[in-house]
Design a protein around this ligand. Structure first.
Ligand code: NAD
Ligand code: LMR
Length: 341
């Protein structure tokens, strides 16, 4: 039995993601939670003739607690999206308390071994926040909490394909690891590792433009939507890709993904990653980072730290820049929970 809960299920990402999870034949139960319209979305989805049983909840009548009953995987796209001119960090003011409260709910009512996937921005801060809440409640397991950065990989694959139309690349088969964090300069795509054969073909200007497009791809959508939000459909696709890898762990399948995680000593390879980030990239306080990882039935089984040394010279410079910004974002998230401003 696999039960998935989606918090923020009536939103732009939440509705599409709920649809994709409802279509997954490995899911037995899907619980929707939102402060508005969850029952409406749930009723609609419940007419689809796939296996997953639907339930939906609002905050009243212990809705949050009920959505978490026997839930194995919680995915969180709850909170506000950006409008033109805003950074992801500008969302912190509103989203921080939403995420803190939801994390407290998970810590109180969730199963001890629940997997938690955080989509809400700013991911660089919301993930450390959730970890701090779970630590406070003494229910934290670093193998089971990730920030969702999959959209950065999806974009890297697709934007590379678009840059090289004559190569007729199947972007769904590429795997460009994107490490660091999820905002602007903290997004570090490693094309030299993911697809060296195509990357070699690009001029310096093309490489710069490709990297910039990946780092600021979110802005393209925010601008095009003209105040009506940010990426929802591509995000639902990316979020489902990661969620389905977690779903597959219940069938003892192992997957390779990239996600923003705590570099906790309990994770194989995390100590080594922290050491390299500190000694090579000057990030002595960095304890969260997006890296390739192996997902298995206990969650994160291994972190690929070697990639931090395999990056080419330009990518290494980008990691150094990412580290500086990321340190501030991580501390901001942690301080919100510990009450330090
Ligand atoms: P949206 O406004 O369309 O939907 C958000 C939903 O969250 C709404 O239905 C709202 O009612 C709900 N919500 C608000 N407070 C809640 C609470 N306390 N409990 C439960 N639900 C609550 O926004 P969206 O476009 O779906 O984006 C959601 C978040 O995802 C934003 O923060 C956005 O920046 C982020 N995002 C992240 C990525 C990523 O790559 N990680 C990509 C796109 C968007
Ligand atoms: C994205 O990368 O599209 C999301 O983080 C949403 C945003 O604010 O850009």
């Amino acid at each position: 039995m696999v039960k998935v809960a989606i918090f923020g299920a009536a939103g732009g990402i939440g509705q599409s993601l709920s649809l994709l999870v409802k279509l997954d034949q490995n899911v037995d139960e899907l619980a929707l939670y939102d402060v508005v319209n969850a029952p409406g979305v749930g009723q609609d989805l419940s007419h689809i003739n796939t296996k997953a049983k639907l339930s939906s909840y609002l905050p009243e009548n212990d809705g949050l607690a009920k959505s978490l009953e026997n839930t194995d995987i919680v995915v969180i796209p709850a909170g506000v999206p950006r409008k033109p001119g805003m950074t992801r960090d500008d969302l912190f003011k509103i989203n921080a308390s939403i995420i803190r409260d939801l994390a407290e709910g998970i810590a109180t009512y969730g199963k001890k071994d629940v997997f938690i996937l955080v989509i809400s921005n700013p991911v660089n801060s919301t993930v450390p926040m959730v970890a701090e809440v779970l630590k406070k409640f003494k229910v934290y397991n670093p193998k089971r909490l990730v920030g969702v950065t999959t959209l950065d990989l999806v974009r890297s694959n697709e934007f590379l394909k678009q840059m090289l139309p004559e190569d007729k690349i199947d972007s769904s088969n590429l795997f460009v690891p994107v490490i660091g964090g999820h905002s602007g300069d903290t997004i570090v795509p490693l094309f030299s590792i993911g697809c060296p054969e195509y990357y070699k073909k690009l001029s310096t200007e093309q490489r710069e433009s490709l990297i910039h497009r990946v780092q600021y791809g979110g802005d393209e959508v925010v601008k095009a939507k003209k105040g009506m939000g940010s990426a929802t459909l591509s995000m639902a696709y990316a979020g489902y890709r990661l969620t389905s890898s977690f779903i597959k762990t219940f069938k003892n399948e192992v997957s390779k993904e990239v996600a923003f995680i705590e570099l906790n000593d309990q994770l194989k390879g995390a100590k080594e990653a922290k050491k390299i980030i500190s000694e090579k990239y000057g990030g002595s306080h960095i304890d969260y980072f997006a890296l390739p990882l192996i997902l298995g039935k206990d969650g994160i089984e291994e972190v690929d730290y070697k990639i931090l040394e395999q990056a080419d010279e330009k990518e290494q410079e980008m990691i150094e820049i990412a580290v500086k910004q990321l340190e501030k974002n991580i501390v901001k998230g942690k301080n919100f929970i510990s009450g330090i401003e």
